[in-house]
Design a protein around this ligand. Sequence first.
Ligand SMILES: C[S@@+](CC[C@H](N)C(=O)[O-])C[C@H]1O[C@@H](n2cnc3c(N)ncnc32)[C@H](O)[C@@H]1O
Length: 294
Amino acid sequence: MRLGGELGVNGRIHDGDFIFWFVHDISPADAREGAVRAYHLGGRHDAEFLGDVLQQHKMQKDGLSILDFASGYGRVSRHIARVVPHAQVHACDIHEDAVRFLESIGIPSFISHVDPDKFTAPQTYDVIFVLSLFTHLPRRTWGRWLKVLADCLNPGGLLVFSAHGPHIWRHWNRCPLDADGYVFHGGSEQKDLSSSDYGNTLTMPEYVINVIRANRLHLESYRSAGIGDHDVYVIRAVDDTLRLPSPEQLAHQHRLHVVAMQHYHSKIRPLVRDYRIRIKRTVKHLYRAARNRN
Ligand SMILES: C[S@@+](CC[C@H](N)C(=O)[O-])C[C@H]1O[C@@H](n2cnc3c(N)ncnc32)[C@H](O)[C@@H]1O
């Protein structure tokens, strides 16, 4: 509580806050106070990281609406409003008691859904921050969550999310990956979530970039590692002039090009050749006629 006050935030920690217990369990024994300190300073550090990203990406208008998605019990959310002044900060998590707790410490919050297609947000946002959710999602929902969250951005808005990439892979003993750079291991510290919905996920940049391209999203930056050992990706909600074609659109353009070239070689080129020959003959004829006249 005391440290929370020093940092200008509500310092309460919910008993069910598994992130706190994770920090606690890796702290030296008898060190609850140290764990509380590490929890709050870690949250402030991660909020400051978001503040830096917003500065670098020129998102500094007053009254930014920011959603801390998959916020847990507000380890980071409570610091965002301190770090990004005049922002309206909302939070969202799958756990009802986390949402209730967040509301009780003054952060407007709403409940999520395990199925991205059933998720609805009460409004759209200028910034959506997702720290350590894509690090846990199965292949089935990974790309769908990215698209659903990107669709909740205001025009020009930013989706800032972390992923486990090359830096974590070293600590996973460089385990075998699927050919597209993805791997999922079921089971996690959150025993109440099904291990097929929430486990441990590693996504190499080529996988993430393919998902981004397949959904026609616009990647504005990639940092590896960005926050701790996590990679950080920043997606901007842009209009069509900046959007790259999807792989399907590229394939379609390529097919059109092939058809056009076939048409050129089979129909147009012979005509052009014929035309050139005729011009050459006419010029020769005119030349000969001119010579005969003289
Ligand atoms: C590793 S924790 C990260 C918490 C917080 N972002 C932080 O850094 O302290 C992952 C969070 O994702 C939440 N979560 C899992 N599935 C979710 C879903 N479908 N929608 C929203 N949140 C989800 C969990 O409840 C958990 O709070």
